[in-house]
Write a protein that binds this ligand. Structure first.
Ligand code: IMP
Length: 447
């Protein structure tokens, strides 16, 4: 581990997810003892490239790819236990054994087959314009059960086998009745299969289940360094995102308190991640979207296809209006600007600096989705650059135009870009400022 004082930091998305958070978390991990996921579930897709190997993580904190880091799934995460086990097994098959490095909150809720079923059926039944375009991972229905309280299952319940059997049979029957009334009978939902999944989860995951809030407090008391890993992105946040086209959790640092069970008073590094352009998967407003050949070019250059669902991502110019809104909400201290290399070769690069709505120009991000849907982007163009950036290792080596672009982003968003991504590998990250003390840039690129 890099010699640093006790540190607390968080990494989260300033956009609609897929900003490259996994790589930034992975890069920071040698300076941290514990990495905690605090929101979302298997809807997230964090990609980490190590040498020639690519790892796509959905539920596991990206930190577990490092041998000495403890990965924690906090109470605010909704966990599909079978998806989690298949992720653990998938890594084990590739020689990465993470089972002993994982702790799951006894207060975290379980995503069960009827949540995924409801997610799929309700999306299918929704009319055009109302469909959210979810990841079908059961996220919304599971968080809804959590809030409704009568039909939720938490990890602590797994440890009380007999009581759980009766409850789950009752919940499944109620859910079957509700789903068939709303969507017809064309689905399979078997209480025995749900119970079999729960038994698999209990037998394999029980050793990892604990009070993770207590674990984090003890770790902090022992002067250990804590990293918090946000999933999705602030524009998908249930309170602050483009509602109702959002996910169902709190995706920014504000989610740590509830979702990790830890007061983030000392989280001095709040690292907001955004691509050098914008992407979105699923439905909802996207003011700077480019539904043309330029958008297609960004998609192909950046391989913009979903890690979780494989869906092509919608692409557009960097949106300073939404990014500034997200950065202010999260009191960002550092911006990680990823995928700078993808923009190489564009003669000019657009930046959305304001919205034009009903004849008025604004730099405020409105709550009303219908305003966002009819907003026109006010785009400023800056000169592009050429050449492959992937071998660049310092900000000074970047083409002048790329540095000018970064300066423009900093000025608009009001926070420093201290990390920049120039390729998928750990080593292809430029670092400057005080965050350098957390990152060993000379680290080898093998796992
Ligand atoms: P859900 O989280 O599956 O309910 O999906 C709600 C919306 O959030 C959909 O538009 C999804 O495409 C989007 N979404 C959820 N998680 C992510 C993510 O990690 N990256 C990108 N989009 C996401």
């Amino acid at each position: 581990m890099t010699a640093v004082d006790k540190q607390q930091a968080c990494v989260f998305g300033l956009s609609w997810g897929d900003e490259g958070k996994g790589k930034i978390v992975d890069l920071l991990c040698p300076a941290f003892d514990v990495v905690t996921r605090f929101n979302g579930g298997a809807n997230a897709g964090h990609t980490v490239c190590v040498g020639d190997e690519t790892f796509a993580l959905h539920l596991l904190p990206a930190g577990v790819l490092r041998p000495n880091v403890l990965g924690v799934i906090g109470p605010g995460v909704v966990v599909d236990p079978i998806a989690l086990l298949s992720e653990i097994d998938g890594l084990a098959a590739r020689g990465v054994d993470v089972a002993g490095q994982l702790r799951i909150s006894d207060r975290a809720h379980l995503v069960l087959p009827y949540h995924k079923l409801e997610d799929q059926l309700s999306e299918k039944a929704a009319s055009e314009g109302k469909r959210i375009g979810t990841t079908s991972r059961g996220i919304g229905p599971c968080y809804a059960d959590k809030m409704k309280r009568s039909a939720a299952v938490r990890f602590v319940d797994l440890l009380n086998k007999d009581a759980l059997q009766q409850r789950v049979r009752r919940i499944v029957e109620q859910r079957r009745a509700m789903l068939s009334t709303r969507y017809g009978d064309d689905f399979e939902l078997d209480a025995d299969a749900v119970l079999a999944d729960l038994e698999t989860a209990r037998s394999r995951l029980a050793p990892s289940i604990c009070d993770t809030s207590e674990l984090l407090h003890e770790a902090a008391d022992e002067q250990k360094s804590l990293l918090f890993e946000g999933a999705n992105g602030i524009l998908l946040d249930v309170d602050h995102g483009t509602y109702p086209f959002v996910t169902s959790s709190s995706a920014g640092p504000h989610g740590i308190w509830a979702g990790a069970g830890f007061a983030p008073l000392e989280v001095t590094f709040r690292i907001g991640t955004t691509k050098a352009y914008a992407t979105r998967v699923g439905a909802g407003p996207f003011v700077s979207e480019l539904e043309n050949v330029v958008g297609d070019r960004i998609r192909e250059a950046g391989h913009e296809y979903g890690t979780t669902t494989g869906r092509p991502r919608r692409c557009g110019w960097f949106d300073a209006v939404s990014c500034t809104y997200a950065a202010r909400l999260s009191s960002v201290t550092d911006i990680a600007l990823t995928h700078l290399d993808t923009l190489s070769g564009f003669e000019q690069i657009g930046v959305c600096v304001a919205y034009r709505i009903d004849g008025k120009t604004t730099t405020r991000f409105p709550a009303d989705t219908s305003l966002l849907l009819r907003a026109e982007p006010v785009v400023e163009f800056v000169p592009g650059w050429t050449g492959d950036l992937r071998s660049v290792r310092t900000f000074d080596e970047l083409p002048e135009e790329a540095n000018a672009y970064i300066e423009r982003v900093e000025a608009l968003v009001g926070a420093p870009v201290t990390l920049a991504g120039v390729g998928p590998d750990r080593s292809q990250t430029l670092v400057r400022g005080r965050i350098r003390r957390l990152i060993d840039v000379s680290e080898p690129t093998t796992a």
